[in-house]
Each structure stands twice: as structure tokens, then as C-alpha cells.
Write a protein that binds this ligand. Structure first.
Ligand SMILES: Nc1ncnc2c1ncn2[C@@H]1O[C@H](COP(=O)(O)OP(=O)(O)OP(=O)(O)O)[C@@H](O)[C@H]1O
Ligand SMILES: [Zn+2]
Length: 569
């Protein structure tokens, strides 16, 4: 069995994430990790908070905290929410860790030794009032093309033209509003990506063949536009310092690496954090270095694709060391919320903390994955959310479980009833279920999450159709043994659902498995085709309990209140 390394794009530290972040990176990675573990694979799912950069510094300042304190608190706050969403990280690290600092510096040393880093003097805008150089996006002014007066130094969001800060009319600092700006010379390290362009292209040709179109097309577009040399350091207080043994002068000036240089390296850094927490049993290097038996899958939304398919591989290739590179890039489009993209800075949409206040994680997990923005941008609407929850989760799954168990309890007591031997209907059901499981597996193996959710729903529906056809509430009047068989068979499905639904709705799945006294505690395994066809998981005579309602229906009143609270128009 292959070992599976899985990472999801690092959530930035500047605040609580929204449902767009959740479905565009961490949640699908979790579903996939859970699925692979259930299939018996060795899985390492790594994520971390991305903590460096100017936005973190400014957010800390706004909160009246030191940046270290701010990041530590925000990391814990995000981690608590991810626990609430049942994200099964093997490790959730921090890009500001000592481990990441050391590995990032080592990458830079190797790139320098191989001739891929060089010092260049550049002219950059300095704000006298703020006492700092301003990154392009922190300079605002009037767009020379369209006259929009809040254009940023890197881009005008009104006409989308790319800008240089010196293009702006009446430039001012976005930090303080000061117009006392000067252009000063400063020296930075440049990663000579142009020297690596051919190699990266050849690597993508060879390894990107099976990537989904969204990932490979963005990577190719980026290459066609040309891989330029990039400044990989900044004049900031907060970041991985430039190593003094190689660049004593720059280190003395307090230069740090640019956040996009150290963030992907944190996938490795966080793996070392994981390993250092239990060094006797964990070996980070075996996952990353000469790791030919590892299959590495990355999850992210489309804006992160260039960094993961082009820039990070270029960085890895430039070290000339056998670092594990990505095998499969699962990229997502945007989840939108009424009139635009979910946005942290604009506080637009539903945030993960608020979502958990409304409903348990499984409601969100299922809805988000069943409607994941896989082939296109997708819009969240409260109506779609309510319909999905009410139809799929409450009616098709929850009601099935409750109906079967309550009726059986009433007529046959609290153990799985014996009754007649399985007949034709049960054989047909077993065959159908086995085929649906094969479909479900195939979709999960190819990371098609919407289709996988459809296959799962089809499995739940098959149980309902069987129950409606056999109608044990009528059967019992004339054929008690037959009614018992129907209920016993339906109970096999409840156990089966408890196993197969676990990647999507882990808590509810555990509740379904716990219905039967015979089920083993802990994470479930998977089912073979023979087991699925035989539908013989829980023996007659096993005691069971009727769980509380698995999914409550969303009412019109709930909807009205939520639309109002979350500004849905
Ligand atoms: N609306 C969205 N739909 C799907 N994925 C998203 C969405 N917004 C962000 N992502 C993804 O979430 C992951 C974490 O992103 P990050 O924490 O950097 O936030 P972000 O991209 O800055 O989002 P925002 O602009 O809302 O702050 C990234 O892979 C990013 O591409
Ligand atoms: Zn403009």
C-alpha cells in the first residue's frame, strides 16, 4: 500500500476562516484522508497556520497585541474551530515554528550554493510616517487608467489593470494614510526562476498529465507568461530571518523571507513539528526526502495554484535535493456568497465559528462537499442549504434510521429480529448496494467529491426504496417473519451507512455504528464487495438503541432568521 501525504493550503492567520476557505482546501483534504485511512492506507495529513507577512503585522497592531501574541491566539482559535469541524489533521502546525525557520533557511542556502539566488538593489516606496517600506498593496492612490481612487499599488480592482506603485496618482500609505512617501533603494534576494523555467516546464509536462484541468491550465498559463525572477525577501520585522552565515549584511539589516517563500516550505516544517513531538516513532524525512513510495496530494483553491504548481516546485528543484514534489493537485473554484466571493477582509459570507453556532459540523460538511465548487464557481444560498439538509440528511438518511429502529423496537423489542431467511429482494438489494459502493469508491479514488456525495446519497436512497417496497408496517399484519427480515436487512444498511458515510459525516456515522451493541469502537474500516452483497453485518439477537434524531429539519423561521443575520440578499 502506498503511503499518502496530504496537505491543504495553509489558512492565513489574520482571522477566522469562512466556509469558502473550508470547502476550497481543508474539508476535501479531510474527506480524502479519512477515506484513505478507512481503506487501510497509511496517511499523513498536514496543515498549519500561515503566519508571516504584513497583513498579520497590521492585524496584530489593530488588535493592540504583539505579533507573536496575536498569532499564538489566532492559531489556537482556528485550531479549536477545525476540531469542531472534525478535521482529522495528523498535525496542525505553525509557519512561524523553529522547524520551519531552519528548513526555510536551509532551502535558501542550497539555492544560493546552486546559483539560483542573487542580491539585487531595487527601488521601493518608503513611508516616513510609518517608518517602513510599504509592500505594493499597501500603497493606495488614483488609478491612471480609470480614475478609481482606491487603486492599490499592485492592481486596480476597479479596472483590474496591473500597476506599479509609481503609476499611482496621489499615492498614500494604506497603513496610516500619510502622503509622505519616498522611493528608496534597498537590497533584496531574488530567486532566479527564469533559470529554472525549462526544468519546471519539463517537470509539469511529465507530472502534470493527470492533474485536473483547473490545475494544469493555470500552471501552463503561468509558464507561458514566463517565469520571472522574484524578490523573496522583505523589509519587515516578522518572518523567517535571512541566514547570517550566508548574507551577514542583509541579516544585520533585518531582512526576512517573503511569506510565499516560507509558507509552502511549512508543509515540510509542520511535518517536522509532528515528528519532533514523538521522535522515537515518527520520521518526517521519510515522507519528504527520497520518498519514492509516497503519493503526495495537495488541496487548494485556484488562486493558490501558481504557487503550488510552479513556484514551489521551482524552489524544490533548485535545491538539487530529492525533495518530494506534488503528485496530484486538487484545485477548487470559488464558493460565492450573495453578490461576490466570500471574503475575510470584507467580512462577507458565513464564517466557520458562526456556522458551528447554528448547526453541528456534519450538516455543513455534507452540504459543502455535495456542492463543492469543483468544475465551476458555486453560489451558496440558504435555500439550497435547507433543501439539501432537509431532503438528503433529514428525510433520506435520518428518517430511514429512525423509522426502522423505532418500528422494530415497538414490534420486536430491542434486539435485531431474526425472522425469515433473505430472499430475492434482499439479493437484489445486495447487488445494487455493491454496485453503488463501487461507484462511490471510484469517485473518491478520483477525488470527484460532488459525484462521490451523489453516490453516497444513492446508497441512502436504495435503503428507502427497499423499505417502501417491502413496507414492513403492512407486512407485519400477514407475515411477521417477513417483516422481521425486512427490518433486519434495513439494520444491515444502517451499519453500512455508519461505515461508508464516515468520510463526509464522521459524527453521525459514529452514532449510526453505535446503534448496535456489537460494533467496535474507534475508526471504521471499509467493506469488501462480498460483504456488501451479503448484507450480513449485524447478527439477529444483537441489542440496539434508537438514537436521537440524527438531523433536524431546517424550518422557514430558521431560514428567515439566518438570512437576516448573515445579510443574504
Ligand atoms: N471563496 C472561496 N472558495 C473556495 N476557496 C477559497 C475561497 N476563498 C479562499 N479560498 C481558499 O482558502 C484557502 C485558504 O486561504 P487564505 O487563508 O489564504 O484566505 P484567502 O484566500 O485570503 O481568503 P480571503 O480572501 O477570504 O481572505 C486557499 O486555498 C484559498 O484559495
Ligand atoms: Zn483602474
Amino acid at each position: 500500500m502506498a503511503r499518502h501525504l496530504i496537505t491543504s493550503a495553509l489558512p492565513y492567520i489574520n482571522g477566522i476562516k469562512h466556509l469558502g476557505n473550508m470547502v476550497g482546501s481543508m474539508l476535501p483534504a479531510d474527506v480524502y484522508s479519512r477515506y484513505l485511512r478507512q481503506r487501510g492506507h497509511e496517511v499523513l495529513y498536514i496543515c498549519a497556520t500561515d503566519e508571516h507577512g504584513t497583513p498579520a503585522e497590521l492585524a496584530a497592531k489593530a488588535a493592540g497585541q504583539s505579533v507573536e501574541q496575536f498569532c499564538a491566539e489566532q492559531h489556537d482559535a482556528q485550531k479549536a474551530i477545525y476540531d469542531g469541524f472534525a478535521l482529522s489533521f495528523d498535525y496542525f502546525g505553525r509557519s512561524s515554528s523553529q522547524q520551519n525557520r531552519e528548513i526555510t533557511q536551509e532551502f535558501a542556502r542550497e539555492l544560493k550554493a546552486n546559483g539560483f539566488i542573487e542580491e539585487r538593489a531595487i527601488r521601493q516606496v518608503y513611508s516616513v510616517a510609518d517608518g517602513r517600506f510599504l509592500p505594493d498593496r499597501y500603497i493606495e492612490g488614483t488609478c491612471p487608467h480609470c480614475g478609481y481612487d482606491k487603486a492599490r499599488g499592485d492592481q486596480c480592482e476597479n479596472c483590474t489593470r496591473l500597476l506599479d506603485p509609481t503609476d499611482l496618482i496621489n499615492p498614500r500609505s494604506a497603513v496610516s494614510g500619510s502622503t509622505e512617501l519616498e522611493v528608496r533603494e534597498t537590497t533584496h534576494l531574488f530567486l532566479l526562476q527564469s533559470k529554472l523555467a525549462d526544468e519546471v516546464e519539463a517537470w509539469i509536462e511529465e507530472h502534470g498529465k493527470d492533474w485536473p484541468t483547473l490545475a494544469s491550465s493555470i500552471a501552463r498559463k503561468w509558464l507561458t507568461e514566463g517565469l520571472n525572477d522574484r524578490a523573496i525577501t522583505r523589509d519587515l520585522d516578522w518572518g523567517v530571518p535571512v541566514p547570517a552565515d550566508v548574507w551577514p549584511e542583509l541579516a544585520a539589516q533585518g531582512k526576512v523571507f517573503y511569506v510565499w517563500f516560507d509558507a509552502p516550505i511549512e508543509y515540510i516544517g509542520a511535518t517536522k513539528e509532528w515528528s519532533d513531538a514523538d521522535p522515537a516513532r515518527r520520521d518526517w524525512k521519510s515522507w519528504w526526502y527520497e520518498a519514492t513510495d509516497v503519493r503526495y496530494t495537495e488541496f487548494m483553491a485556484k488562486d493558490n495554484v501558481p504557487f503550488h504548481t510552479v513556484m514551489f516546485p521551482a524552489t524544490q528543484l533548485g535545491t538539487r535535493a530529492p525533495w518530494k514534489k506534488v503528485d496530484y493537485v486538487k484545485a477548487f473554484n470559488w464558493l460565492n456568497y450573495y453578490g461576490g466571493k466570500f471574503s475575510t477582509s470584507q467580512k462577507h459570507g458565513i464564517f466557520t465559528d458562526a456556522a458551528l453556532e447554528l448547526l453541528p459540523a456534519d450538516y455543513w460538511r455534507y452540504f459543502l462537499m455535495a456542492n463543492a465548487p469543483e468544475s465551476d464557481d458555486t453560489s451558496f444560498s440558504w435555500e439550497l442549504f435547507a433543501t439539501t439538509v432537509n431532503k438528503d440528511l433529514a428525510d433520506t438518511l435520518g428518517n430511514f434510521v429512525n423509522r426502522v429502529l423505532s418500528f422494530s423496537l415497538k414490534r420486536f423489542g430491542d434486539t435485531v429480529p431474526a425472522g425469515a431467511e433473505p430472499g430475492e429482494a434482499e439479493a437484489a438489494l445486495g447487488t445494487e448496494v455493491a454496485a453503488l459502493i463501487a461507484e462511490y469508491q471510484a469517485q473518491l479514488d478520483s477525488l470527484q467529491f460532488r459525484k462521490a456525495a451523489q453516490a453516497l446519497r444513492a446508497l441512502w436512497s436504495a435503503g428507502n426504496v427497499y423499505l417502501e417496497t417491502k413496507a414492513p408496517w403492512l407486512q407485519i399484519k400477514t407475515d411477521e417473519a417477513g417483516a422481521a427480515l425486512t427490518l433486519r436487512t434495513a439494520m444491515q444498511l444502517i451499519h453500512l451507512y455508519g461505515v461508508l458515510s464516515a468520510p463526509f459525516i464522521p459524527a453521525t456515522s459514529a452514532a449510526m455504528r453505535a446503534v448496535f451493541a456489537s460494533s467496535e469502537a474507534g475508526e471504521p474500516g471499509w467493506v469488501s464487495e462480498e460483504q456488501a452483497t451479503a448484507l450480513d453485518f449485524v447478527a439477529a439477537g444483537t441489542s440496539f438503541t434508537v438514537p436521537p434524531v440524527l438531523f433536524a429539519k431546517i424550518t422557514e423561521d430558521d431560514l428567515a432568521a439566518w438570512r437576516e443575520r448573515f445579510g443574504a440578499q
